[in-house]
Design a protein around this ligand. Structure first.
Ligand code: ADP
Ligand code: MG
Length: 470
């Protein structure tokens, strides 16, 4: 008897809950901690069947494990949540011939922390602006985050039935496969590749693949991917811009060098023309025409390289367009071209360099006239769809531009004309951009071309600029 008391004293002092069951599932022992968990006294419990107090249908996790321990005579360990006492328990059950001894350890705190941790990581996954995904070792998707759904257009449940292989274009597949294998072996990989969006569009992506290590063993691969289309686009734009500045500066210095000798040449040709007789008059006409052409090219080149730091002022666009109309109307008449203007009333002022905007409309009208060698109509329409923007469209009824060539317009020296410079549209675009506007071209071959220009109205631009102006 004293032996028994001693043992139960020891067991009672243990902070873990311990109880024992006989082969009919009846309690034969329960320490104080266990009694607390079961909210009864050991005396009340002893002799009662555990499943009458705690139905095995409800506590099936416990029942199944205990049954296994008893039937197979093996020790079982598991973790389970007990709703009535709101506790996570770590359970160890040891079978013996006379029944089962069970140890319960409260792991609610630990579990809570790891749940919290899980939520932390879950957020990193769910709210990551980069696409994040996990693969098994064969490259089948195990999970994807919302950014991944966005990136490639498939829903999460569609991904989970796929591997990455159909998503990579053929020419990139071998490389991607070998990098994936390296990552699966434990070596993190960073690389750029292409991926096929659900719509069929191929996008450039930057990918990181890293191993998923569990118990020192690689069990899969994590991936993080980012769309780098914009980045790539910006890089080429930047390169282009740099090239242009270099070319532009060179061109400007040459143009500058040409201008002075040109002035003397012009002067002397004029003098000779008057002083000399008996020379074919056509020669003079040709010489003067060619000189004018050189002058035109140098002045356009000079403008491009040095978009002269002229002052921006609030100006009325109707005045600018009317000035240009005055300037061009006689030339239009000669070419059998009618210039129509509409929508000029009540437009807001725009902040601009008037001389530059005039140059824009002169360039556009010149191009329009040159596209209509047999005459036609140039329609200049202005409107103001909202307080912030002004839209001006210049349309012609000329020969139009083939779709595939529209993108080339505005590249330096791109011209389809025998006497063209290929600089007019470039200067035009540059001026519009320096005014914070945009220029688009639409055209139908044989029907005509429309140049759409959007410019910010004066007040809206003021607001937009205050932030970054020093
Ligand atoms: P250029 O007029 O000296 O050729 P631009 O830069 O002004 O140079 O124009 C480039 C090219 O764009 C032209 O050669 C022409 O092929 C095309 N283009 C521009 N405007 C029009 C237009 N309104 N209709 C048809 N083609 C045009
Ligand atoms: Mg032109």
């Amino acid at each position: 008897m004293s032996h028994y008391v001693e043992r139960s004293e020891v067991l009672n002092r243990i902070t873990d809950a311990i109880f024992a069951l006989n082969n009919s599932w009846e309690f034969t022992y329960m320490n104080k901690e266990a009694a607390k968990l079961f909210s009864c006294t050991p005396e009340e419990a002893i002799g009662k069947c555990i499943w009458s107090a705690y139905p095995k249908e409800v506590y099936s996790i416990f029942y199944e494990h205990y049954l296994k321990a008893v039937q197979e005579q093996v020790r079982v360990e598991f973790e389970a949540y007990c709703p009535p006492i709101s506790m996570w328990l770590e359970v160890k059950a040891y079978p013996s011939e006379s029944g089962l001894s069970v140890y319960l350890h409260d792991i609610t705190k630990k579990k809570g922390l790891s749940l919290l941790k899980e939520q932390h990581y879950e957020s990193l996954f769910k709210y990551n602006p980069d696409a994040v995904f996990a693969f098994d070792l064969e490259g089948n998707y195990l999970s994807v985050n919302p950014a991944m759904e966005q990136l490639l257009g498939y829903r999460a449940d569609e991904f989970l039935k796929m591997s990455y292989i159909p998503l990579i274009p053929a020419e990139e597949l071998e490389k991607t496969k070998s990098l994936f294998k390296l990552a699966a072996k434990g070596m993190t990989q960073h690389y750029e590749t292409k991926a096929i969006h659900k719509s069929g569009k191929v996008i450039d992506v930057k990918v990181t693949n890293m191993p998923i290590i569990v118990n020192n063993e690689s069990v899969g691969v994590f991936g993080v991917a980012k769309n780098i289309m914009q980045e790539k686009h910006n890089k080429t734009k930047l390169l282009e811009a740099e090239k242009l500045t270099a070319v532009g500066q060179l061109a400007a210095s040459i143009a500058h060098e040409i201008r002075n000798p040109l002035t003397s040449l012009k002067g002397f040709v004029h003098l000779i023309e008057q002083a000399v007789s008996g020379v074919n008059e056509n020669y003079f006409t040709i010489m003067k025409d060619e000189l004018r052409r050189i002058e035109l090219i140098t002045s356009e080149l000079l403008y491009l390289a040095k978009p002269q730091a002229q002052e921006f002022k609030d100006e009325r666009i109707c005045q600018i367009i009317q000035d240009v109309y005055m300037l061009m109307s006689s030339q239009a008449l000669m070419n059998n071209v009618e210039i129509r203007i509409s929508g000029l009333d009540g437009l807001p002022a725009i902040r601009c360099v008037a001389a530059q905007l005039k140059q824009v409309f002169i360039n556009l009208i010149k191009n329009a006239m040159e596209a209509m060698p047999d005459g036609g109509v140039i329609d200049i329409q202005a409107c103001c769809p909202n307080q912030e923007t002004l839209v001006i469209q210049v349309s012609d009824t000329g020969k139009g531009i083939p779709q595939e060539l529209i993108a080339k317009i505005g590249s330096p020296f791109y011209t389809t004309k025998e006497n063209g410079t290929g600089l007019g549209m470039m200067a035009t675009q540059q001026i519009i951009h320096s005014h914070g506007g945009t220029l688009d071209i639409t055209s139908t071959e044989g029907k005509g071309t429309t140049i759409h220009i959007c410019l910010p109205a004066a007040s809206s631009q003021d607001q937009g600029e205050t932030g970054d102006k020093k």
